[in-house]
Ligand binder design. Structure first.
Ligand SMILES: [Zn+2]
Length: 282
């Protein structure tokens, strides 16, 4: 499942192909992905020019010169490919730019992806974006903001960090990595991690720092190769680079934290796998 770094990689892959181009034809092969396409979707896109491609959390935001923003969320298995033949069974959206000079095809075999279209000036009211918390590597994501968001929460820190209202863009893989590097147990209560008011706990300081570091490194590495997500590139082949996880999917293997002799365990929290080292994550 693509997380923030993967979506950033897709964004960086799409920009050189699509920014500045005019959408000349939109071919929707279905009425819906996870949700129905909005009314007027094809008409809203057609004949507009892509001015920029932004990202908020895991949402790609194509800024169009007609004042609209076209949103694309990749769900579990969504992939954008440039200049493929667009004839695959799971190719649900095929878009031509500049009268076919370039095409972009959206493929999604599980169809958990989402597309929407809204007035750019109404972005703060857009239902998918409105409740998102600050995201890593931005000025809004401060230790104090994180502490305030975790304050009083009785859920485990693992679950809290997956809550997009607390930190936007983190998913299951990277939260395991962040907590492992921060030496914080995923089972610890969020409120306990937040600590007493007026004091910054070591745990929250480490989580904040590791969140930024892990996300930065993952973006640098071009995202992960987990699952069958293929990314985007000029020829439609792999756009992703291997990224080594220190804890994710390593159940039963030795802990990689310095001088730790622990063994990685897998548990299930809120229906999702958590990988951690019971010895050095307290
Ligand atoms: Zn360990």
């Amino acid at each position: 499942m693509p997380e923030l770094p993967e979506v950033e990689t897709v964004r960086n892959g799409l920009i050189p192909h699509l920014v500045g181009r005019r959408i000349s034809f939109v071919d929707l092969r279905r009425d819906d992905l996870r949700f129905p396409f909005p009314n007027g979707f094809e008409e809203g896109l057609t004949d507009s020019r892509v001015e920029a491609i932004d990202r908020r959390s895991k949402y790609l935001l194509f800024r169009l010169d007609n004042g609209l923003t076209w949103l694309s969320h990749l769900g579990m298995t969504g992939v954008w490919t440039i200049d493929s033949d667009g004839e695959g069974k799971h190719d649900h959206v095929h878009i031509e730019f500049d009268d076919g000079a370039v095409t972009a095809t959206y493929t999604d075999h599980r169809r958990f992806g989402v597309m929407d279209l809204f007035a750019t000036e109404d972005e703060c009211e857009q239902k998918l974006l409105a409740g998102l918390g600050p995201e890593p590597l931005t000025a809004e994501f401060t230790i104090l903001a994180l502490k305030d968001a975790l304050n009083g929460r009785r859920t485990p820190i693992k679950t809290a960090l997956l809550d997009q209202r607390i930190v936007a863009g983190l998913g299951n893989i990277y939260v395991s990595e962040i907590l492992h590097r921060a030496h914080v147990s995923p089972l610890k209560t969020a409120a306990v991690v937040a600590g007493k008011s007026g004091r910054i706990s070591v745990a929250i300081e480490r989580i904040h720092r590791q969140t930024n570091e892990v996300i930065f490194e993952a973006i640098e590495a071009g995202g992960s190769t987990i699952s069958d997500f293929r990314g985007v590139s000029g020829s439609g082949d792999l756009g992703y680079f291997p990224h080594r996880f220190t804890v994710f999917n390593r159940e039963g293997e030795p802990c990689k934290n310095n001088s730790c002799a622990g063994t990685i365990r897998r548990i299930v929290q809120s229906g999702r796998s958590t990988f951690y080292c019971p010895k050095c994550q307290r």
